[in-house]
Design a binder for this molecule. Structure first.
Ligand code: SAH
Length: 242
């Protein structure tokens, strides 16, 4: 494997993925947000295989076809599962260490930012999993998100994307919602990750309920279909150019 540990970019999640791949274990990957107490991402979960994936992810992999792009692929778990199914997947991620690990695991991976207009290949399926709407960042950016998807899809292609409705974080016992309508949309979170002494830049990460996703899809020339719902306010959607 290349030695990208000298990379200048602070890449905490990539560092965790790199350690786990190399040693079979990793230290704690911490996630901070101004919205809640420090949390932890179990690094082993990023290496889940098909049998360990939640049903919504398995459905997405079964539906994916043709030339597939795995966006924000992390350790490459979905691309590898697709490869095992005899499907043709390419992976992109901004994390240099994750891309190095994916290549070492036999994934066709490149270090590419989803929003880079120079990345101009086209796909039958664009896969965005483990809160795929996160990459939108903030609702202000949603037009650019759909514009990029339009560029990346072949005629007849579709996007398979999952997210969750974070309303349960704001629900009172009587079922009413404690949401200030003057605030930003309630699924808009700020995150920062840390792994050992590697502290990443803070970033925006968007959770979108299906109705809001469907509303903006229509505004931006797409149709959103609800494919399946999970057990905890989560869902898988298919986006098709209208
Ligand atoms: N899909 C993987 C990883 C999800 S974590 C899984 O389900 O396990 C989100 C991933 O998206 C991280 O690896 C992060 O580096 C990547 N990412 C974030 N913003 C991105 C962007 N603009 N372009 C490409 N990848 C991005």
């Amino acid at each position: 494997m290349d030695n990208p540990t000298l990379s200048a970019i602070a890449d905490p999640m990539g560092a965790a993925i790199y350690d786990y791949h190399k040693n079979g274990c990793a230290a704690t990957l911490v996630v901070r947000s101004s919205m809640f107490d420090d949390d932890e991402i179990p690094v082993a979960d990023l290496f889940r295989d098909f049998s360990q994936m939640p049903p919504l992810e398995r459905t997405a992999l079964q539906m994916a076809g043709g030339r597939i792009l795995d966006v924000g692929a992390g350790s490459g778990c979905h691309s590898l599962a697709l490869k095992n199914m005899g499907k043709e997947a390419q992976a992109i991620d901004i994390s240099p260490l994750s891309v190095a690990v994916m290549k070492d695991r036999g994934v066709d991976a490149s270090q590419v930012n989803f929003y880079d207009p120079d990345f101009s290949e086209r796909y039958d399926t664009v896969l965005m999993l483990m809160n795929g709407t996160g990459i939108i960042g903030t609702l202000d950016n949603i037009g650019e998100f759909f514009a990029r998807l339009k560029d990346l899809l072949k005629p007849g292609g579709c996007v398979l994307i999952d997210s969750s409705d974070l309303r349960y974080l704001f629900e009172e016992e009587d079922g009413s919602l404690m949401i200030d309508l003057a605030d930003d949309y309630y699924g808009q979170l700020d995150y920062q990750m840390q792994y050992k002494d590697v502290v990443g830049e803070p970033f925006d990460w968007l959770y979108l309920d299906f109705n809001t996703l469907a509303y903006y899809a229509e505004e931006n020339g797409f149709k959103a279909e609800l494919v399946a719902e999970g057990e905890h306010y989560d869902y898988l959607a298919r986006l098709i150019p209208a």
